[in-house]
Design a protein around this ligand. Sequence first.
Ligand code: TYM
Length: 332
Amino acid sequence: MTRVFSGVKPTGHLTLGNYLGAMRQWAAVDQHRAEALFCVVDLHALTVDHDPARVRRLSRQAATLLLAAGLDPRLCTVFVQSHVDEHARLSYLLECVATDGEMRRMIQYKEKAAREQRRGGSVRLSLLTYPVLMAADILAYGADEVPVGDDQAQHVELTRDLAVRFNQRYGHAFVVPRATHPTVAARVMNLQEPLAKMGKSDDTGPGIVYLLDEPDVVRKKVMRAVTDSGREVVYDRESRPGVANLLEILAACTGGNPEALAGAYESYGALKADTAEAVVEVLRPVQERHKELCADPGHVEGVLRDGAERARGMARPTVDAAYRAIGLLPAS
Ligand code: TYM
């Protein structure tokens, strides 16, 4: 059976981008067709300046939202990365096959390091090695597929390179995974800056729809979205990025196609109004379920406890085998 692994990082409140680009497919498709693991990757949240209490809170919230989005622990494994030591154990081995140059070429590293420096902070070494830990997340489980938004494509490519290199040098230890992306909304853009990704760790609140935004807040954000000069509603990501983003969001929420939808609108106002309502309707069941789950925190804790146990059982044999393959002396 195909094995699937993916994760979300608790560095901010989860967004519509996370939902349309990843979580929705995990719930609607992946957990039904594959042996799937979904992880709150909390170790990754320590790679930039962080507040411990906030990371803990956001980790719990992300896990709750994964369940609220429809992940069913009877069908898939939901867990927290730091509960399973194998991620950090394997990451070190992969650091011994990865190179410094490879890490410095990662687009997200360059962007995030520049942002930290602009804020006057220093760049944590873990930010540089972030993609190696991500590779360990994936390779520890022998995942065949990694369903992610477009922004993670380069990291999954690196994971493939590391798996191939390790296998060639030390004997077959890892499955070489591939990234899969949704057909629409693989890159939801910021409503205020349609050339930038809608990212949860960004500060431009008005351009980001959070999964837990109240309906009126969602409406306000969508109605105030930056559109392009011109009046005609056309789908063109290059010359009309703002309108294209709205069309993609609407298409992703209603199951339509952005080009076809463009022909159905005569004004930006009507497009925005329909997009706002479509987003509100998509988020409604997630928010309702989230509220129910918050009333029963013991349930979420139980799911995470069982999930970590299952995940450990899957990762340990692979990571132990990699330790032996690379030349480390077994403990007994
Ligand atoms: P993260 O937490 O930034 O995002 C979680 C998932 O949401 C997708 N996504 C988007 N998709 C479309 N439009 C957007 N604006 C948007 N923003 C986010 C991401 O592509 C991702 O699929 N490095 C990863 C977390 C990670 C991981 C892993 C993922 C760590 N280890 C192993 C897969 C496998 C990240 O920062 O995702």
